[in-house]
Design a protein around this ligand. Structure first.
Ligand code: PLP
Length: 437
C-alpha cells in the first residue's frame, strides 16, 4: 500500500490502514487494535507501522527519480533490526555514525557498498572498522581525521574513500537550536573556507581519495530553500575542486533533515524540492545521496503507555503514566510536541500535565495539554515517536527499557523484548578485580 498517511481500505474482514486510524472507536495500527498489543505485550511499548515506513521510503525514492540517487537511511533515528531489514528489502542504503551502528547495519544485511559512515568524533577503532567493512564513503570532519584514515588505509594496503563534510554555513529554521548543524560556528563539518585545502590534502595523500562532498544542515526542516542554498554552495566548491585538477568526486551527499508533521505542520513539498535540485545537481554528473531518518520513520511510531494515577495538585491535573523521559526524552530535551490520545473512544475533555514516574521535574510527555477525559488505568497513545524515540531511551531510575513491536497488515510481532532487571545489571561485577598497576 503506497498511498497516503492514514488511508483505509477493506481487505476481507480486516480493515487495514497505512498507519493509524480509529476502527470501531479503537485506535489501531494497520489491521491491529493497539489495546490488543498492550494487552499481550504490556506497557510501555513502542509500536511501528511497516506500511508507513514503506510508504515514506517509496515517496522519497520516487521523488528523487529524476536524478541518479540513493536513499541512505540514517540509523540514529531508529536502529531497530526489524526496521533495518525492512529498509534493506526496499533497496535503501544506510548512514551510520558509530561502530555500533556499523555493527547493526551489517547484522541487518547491509554490505560495505551500502554504507556511508559519518560523525564528528569517530575513533581510530571505528575508522578501521569502516575501512575493513569496505564502506562506500567516510564523511570526514577534520584534517586530522583525513591523516588518521591515510595511516590506517596504508597499514591495510587500501585507499580510503573520502567524502568531506562541508559546513555550508546556511541559516535554517529548525524548531530547536540543538538540531541546527550547518550554521557558521557549529561543531559539525569543515568550515566552508577550509574545504578546498582539505580536499587537496585528501587528493595528495597516497591512501585517501576524494569521492564525495557532504552536508547535513539540521533536522525537522520545512523550508527547503536553505537546503538548495547549501547544495548550491557545495556545487560551487565542486567547481573549485575540479578547477584544481581533482576529478575523482562522484557523490553529492546532502544529508537528512526533511521535516515531518507532529502537530499540523505541512510536510515539505518533495516534488518542488527535487525540481529545485535537478538544475543544480544534474550538470555535475554526480550521484545524489540523501540521509533521511525522521522522514522515513518519525510518523510510523506510537508509544503505548498506561495511566498509573490521576491526581490534582496546586490547581493542576496530572496524569502519571508508566512512560516518561526514560522512554521518550524529546519533550523535555527538545521541547518537542507529541499528540497524545486515549486508545479507547475519546469522550469529554480535560487539561492535564502528562508526566512520567521518574524523579525529575523535567520528566513529562506533555504540559498543560487539552485532551479527552482520561483516568487511571486508561491506555494512552503518544504519536509520532518513530524517530529519536526508543534509540534515546535510558535506564535512569533503573527502569528497564520497554518493548518494540512491528505491525505489518493484520499481524504484529515483538521485535525487541522488554528489558528485565537482570538485563540491567548484566555487566556489573559483584566481585571486581582490583588493580594496582
Ligand atoms: C549527518 C546526519 N545525517 C542525517 C541525519 C538525519 O537527520 P533527520 O533524522 O532529521 O533526517 C542526521 C541527524 O542528526 C545527521 O547528523
Amino acid at each position: 500500500m503506497r498511498s497516503g498517511g492514514n488511508e483505509r481500505g477493506d481487505v476481507g474482514e480486516v480493515v487495514l490502514t497505512t498507519g493509524y486510524a480509529r476502527v470501531d472507536g479503537t485506535l489501531s495500527c494497520e489491521g491491529v487494535p493497539l489495546d490488543r498489543i498492550a494487552g499481550q505485550v504490556g506497557t510501555p511499548t513502542y509500536v511501528y507501522s511497516a506500511a508507513m515506513v514503506r510508504d515514506r521510503y517509496a515517496r522519497l525514492d520516487d521523488a528523487l527519480a529524476p536524478l541518479p540517487h540513493r536513499v541512505h537511511y540514517t540509523l540514529k533515528a531508529n536502529s531497530n533490526a526489524a526496521i533495518l531489514r525492512l529498509l534493506h528489502e526496499l533497496g535503501a542504503g544506510v548512514d551510520v555514525v558509530s561502530g555500533g551502528e556499523l555493527f547493526r547495519a551489517a547484522r541487518a544485511g547491509f554490505r560495505g557498498a551500502d554504507i556511508v559512515f559519518g560523525g564528528v568524533g569517530k575513533s581510530e577503532v571505528e575508522l578501521a572498522a569502516a575501512l575493513d567493512a569496505g564502506v562506500l564513503l567516510v564523511n570526514v570532519e577534520s584534517e586530522a581525521e583525513v591523516r588518521t584514515l591515510d595511516r590506517l588505509a596504508r597499514a591495510r594496503g587500501v585507499v580510503a574513500p573520502i567524502g568531506v563534510r562541508v559546513n555550508p554555513e546556511v541559516t535554517v529554521d529548525s524548531s530547536h537550536r540543538y538540531i541546527k548543524t550547518g550554521e557558521k560556528g557549529a561543531k559539525f563539518g569543515i568550515p566552508f573556507d577550509e574545504v578546498l585545502a582539505v580536499a587537496q590534502l585528501v587528493s595528495d595523500l597516497e591512501h585517501t581519495t576524494l569521492i564525495g562532498l557532504d552536508m547535513h544542515i539540521g533536522s525537522q526542516l520545512f523550508r527547503l530553500d536553505p537546503y538548495l542554498d547549501g547544495v548550491e554552495r557545495l556545487v560551487g566548491l565542486l567547481r573549485q575542486i575540479r578547477g584544481a585538477g581533482i576529478e575523482t568526486v562522484r557523490y553529492l551527499d546532502i544529508g537528512g533533515g526533511l521535516g515531518v508533521s507532529y502537530d499540523d505542520e505541512e510536510s515539505p513539498d518533495l516534488r518542488r524540492f527535487v525540481h529545485g535540485l535537478v538544475p543544480l545537481v544534474q550538470p555535475t554528473g554526480l550521484t545524489l545521496l540523501m540521509e533521511p531518518g525522521r522522514f522515513i520513520v518519525g510518523n510510523s511510531g506510537m508509544l503505548l503507555t498506561r495511566v498509573l494515577y490521576r491526581k490534582h495538585s496546586g490547581g493542576r491535573d496530572f496524569l502519571v503514566t508508566d512512560a516518561g523521559m526514560t522512554e521518550l526524552i524529546r519533550p523535555s530535551h527538545y521541547d518537542a510536541y507529541h499528540r497524545i490520545e486515549p486508545v479507547a473512544s475519546p469522550t469529554g475533555s480535560m487539561k492535564a500535565d502528562v508526566v512520567g514516574p521518574v524523579c525529575e521535574s523535567g520528566d513529562f510527555l506533555a504540559l498543560d495539554r487539552e485532551m479527552p477525559e482520561v483516568n487511571a488505568g486508561d491506555l494512552l497513545a503518544v504519536h509520532d515517536v518513530g524517530a529519536y524515540g526508543y534509540v534515546m531511551a535510558s535506564n535512569y531510575n533503573t527502569r528497564p527499557r520497554g518493548a518494540e513491536v512491528l505491525v505489518d497488515g493484520d499481524r504484529f510481532a515483538v521485535v525487541t523484548a522488554r528489558e528485565s532487571y537482570d538485563d540491567l545489571v548484566r555487566l556489573e561485577l559483584d566481585h571486581p578485580e582490583w588493580r594496582t598497576s
